[in-house]
Design a protein around this ligand. Sequence first.
Ligand code: GLV
Ligand code: MG
Length: 315
Amino acid sequence: MSAVGRSRRSCLAVPGSSPKMLAKAPGLPADQIFLDLEDAVAPLAKPAARANIVAALKDFDWGGKIRAVRINDVTTPWAYRDVIEVVEGAGDVLDCLVLPKVDSPAAVQWLDVLLTQIEKAVGLPVGGIGIEAQIETARGLAAVEEIAACSPRLETLIFGPADFMASINMRSLSVGQPHPDYPGDPFHYVLMRLLTAARAHGLQAIDGPYLKIRDLDGFAESARRTAALGFDGKWVLHPGQIELCNEIYSPDQEAYDHAELILEAYAYHTSQAGGARGAVMLGDEMIDEASRKLALVIAAKGRAAGLTRTSRFQP
Ligand code: GLV
Ligand code: MG
């Protein structure tokens, strides 16, 4: 059921303890939903939330959305039951598990082994359920390269700003926002480190939540910052953030057309018919093999977002 390579521009958090929100989620335009058993669910509500989540996965039509469940972290007494109940109950309609507060490869490997055991026991394809690792502690960031490399089930690394800020003792209560007393972007280091580790191991990089759900300008600023770096998408906590999020993590039409144009122009000019040249002019811009690689990224994001071309290359 793996969702490797699928679009994850917007990843909607849905508390497993809310039957009303679970019922509403299938109709919303998010690329991914994750049904939450962790911080959005009170300890006493977790057993009922597991049952709600299994029923929602089985009973609702989720269309083309990536279906994920966030379990509790490996240091809690809930984690093993989360995995067993959700995967035994609805493993055939589940794409991924989100593992929070990943501090070391051992946490991911524990989940990988448990998933393999359950898949074998219930007759699901072994390795079919992916893992998304939340990097949201100082230890997790310190080990992010080893974590990114540690399991073939891994599909994404996700930045968790709220827990991360707490973990490093950041003096702020404004999650994911610039800090008024800090002259730069306090998250630049963590974002680049996570993104580089993800790309080095073929994983998607996902930005975490923006908590002021009514402040769409603040949300957009926070999303644009990571979309510009190359992140694939962001968590959304409210339906009102979804369309904006999809738009921000898709290339705009002009950039998409330009990327396709570079690919076509470069393919033509490097062919026999085009003179087999390596570096060529496209309008007033010089393009070469590195331009082709950059263009591939934008073109792939545009195609995944369903964009179609509005211009063509003329030799
Ligand atoms: C998300 O889990 C966060 O801690 O920001
Ligand atoms: Mg968190």
